[in-house]
Design a protein around this ligand. Structure first.
Ligand code: SUG
Length: 439
């Protein structure tokens, strides 16, 4: 069946800031308290969508979420008008920063998605991630669910599950810990779900949190009605988590039958790859990066594996890499050699400036949610979120009108920011014809 991978990138929200909220994410910790530029961030994200669209890759847009989350601040005991709530919460800057995080920009963590070719009922299944490990991220799933249901409304074709219970037992980080292997997007595939720990017992990283549990992966396999014989549950290597690999998409990426991964990515990587090869009938194209080529530390610093690997309409694949990969000689040498080698389908490497997001630990692949859709499913998508030059022009204008050039940590206490952010989302509701603001 003919199907497309549509990359839905989240628009980076008007409150994008560096609050150092993600323990275990080295960039987030390092840049805590830095000045951000929401405008530059959003324009970088839009430029990425435009270039991918130009390459012939199907592209969609997800809206930012309303921030601050007033329902959360009320739950914390703050009350009164919006201004009064912010004034009270400003006495507790950590709480306010959690309420203000624009972290929904990392759409790879929005949900896990299984294409209809893999599911028993022949529908596309979505489970919004509970993001239970970090407070600021745990505020995302309700709005994510609301948005996905509007974008994929046809219940004959799309199934929307509730997020898993928001408890550490079921820590779920969505598509960042999910990969799919298939000869072509529309063919039945093998889905690999990657966890960092078991809910109870088992190996754990020593320093940093392992965010996803095996139990969460198992629940998703059941809910999405996947064939257990075509599913692989794999544990991340705890020692790479301790080096800053907080999601699988920081250490491996797959597209169709091509698998780019670091040799230290998993617990017993050779066994994982051998099992995968067997399930795929020996057709896997392995791009294994050795320690001697690129160390885990360099992989984390450059975000090599957070590149998008996309199929091009005229054949071949492109690597959509962050600019930072060009600055590290070992990583650059690896990528320079890739299109020339004849053992893989990569025909081009494109570099992207997404520095505002990178400084919070989010590269090109973090910014997008992949949704494989058959032609009839694509035709059933809420059309206003599908990217084209016209939408780009409107969104660029919208960013210039509503976004600040610079955001200082103390600006979160400025009630004008909340007003501006709400006005921006009201205008976006019109452009995308989506309901984003509730209450
Ligand atoms: O969850 N950073 C995000 C980055 C997510 C990257 N996504 C993928 N790898 N798919 C996180 O750690 C930082 C926010 C702050 O510190 O202000 C943050 O949430």
């Amino acid at each position: 069946m003919l199907a497309y991978e549509v990359n839905f990138d989240a628009l980076i929200g008007p409150t994008h800031n560096y609050a150092g909220l993600s323990f275990g994410n080295l960039a987030s910790e390092r840049n805590r308290g830095s000045v951000s530029s929401p405008k530059a961030a959003a324009l970088q994200g839009l430029a990425k969508m435009k270039r991918l669209h130009g390459l012939g890759v199907k592209q969609g847009v997800l809206p930012p979420q309303p921030r601050p989350v007033f329902s959360f601040l009320r739950q914390m005991g703050f009350g009164g008008s919006a201004e009064e709530i912010i004034a009270q919460a400003a006495a507790n800057p950590r709480l306010l920063a959690n309420a203000y995080s624009a972290s929904a920009m990392w759409a790879a963590n929005a949900a896990t998605v299984s294409p209809s070719a893999d599911t028993r009922d022949g529908r596309v299944h979505f489970t919004p991630a509970n993001l239970a490990t970090h407070l600021h991220r745990s505020l995302e799933p309700a709005c994510t669910a609301l948005v996905l249901q509007q974008i994929f409304p046809d219940t004959k074709r799309f199934v929307h599950h509730a997020p898993l219970p928001g408890h550490a037992f079921f820590g779920d980080e969505g598509a960042a810990n999910h990969m799919r292997f298939a000869p072509a997007h529309g063919e039945p595939g093998v889905e690999m779900l990657i966890y960092g720990r078991m809910a109870e017992g088992g190996a754990l990283p020593a320093l940093y949190p392992a965010r996803q549990t095996r139990e969460a992966c198992q629940a998703i396999v059941r809910k999405h009605r996947l064939d257990p014989d075509r599913v692989l549950l794999v544990q991340q290597n705890p020692s790479v988590v301790d080096q800053g690999v907080f999601h699988n998409d920081v250490i491996s990426v797959a597209n169709e039958m091509t698998f780019l991964y670091h040799e230290d990515a998993f617990v017993d990587t050779p066994a994982v790859v051998a099992r995968l090869e067997q399930m795929l009938g020996g057709k896997l194209q392995r791009l294994c990066v050795k320690r001697e080529q690129v160390s885990v530390q360099e992989a984390v610093a450059s975000y090599l594996f957070n590149s998008q690997l996309v199929s091009l309409p005229r054949g071949g694949m492109a690597v959509i890499a962050p600019l930072e990969c060009r600055l590290r000689s070992a990583v650059k040498a690896y990528l320079d050699a890739l299109p020339a080698a004849d053992d893989n389908p990569v025909t081009a490497v494109h570099y992207f400036d997404v520095r505002e997001s990178m400084q919070n630990g989010g590269g090109p692949a973090c910014l997008r949610l992949r949704v494989v859709l058959a032609e009839s499913e694509l035709a059933a998508v809420h059309p206003q979120v599908l990217f084209d030059e016209q939408l780009y022009a409107r969104l660029e204008q919208w960013v210039h009108r509503h976004y600040r050039d610079a955001l200082y940590p103390q600006d979160l206490a400025d009630p004008a920011l909340a007003k501006e952010s709400r006005a921006a989302l009201e205008a976006l509701e019109e452009i995308l014809r989506l309901k984003i603001l509730t209450g």
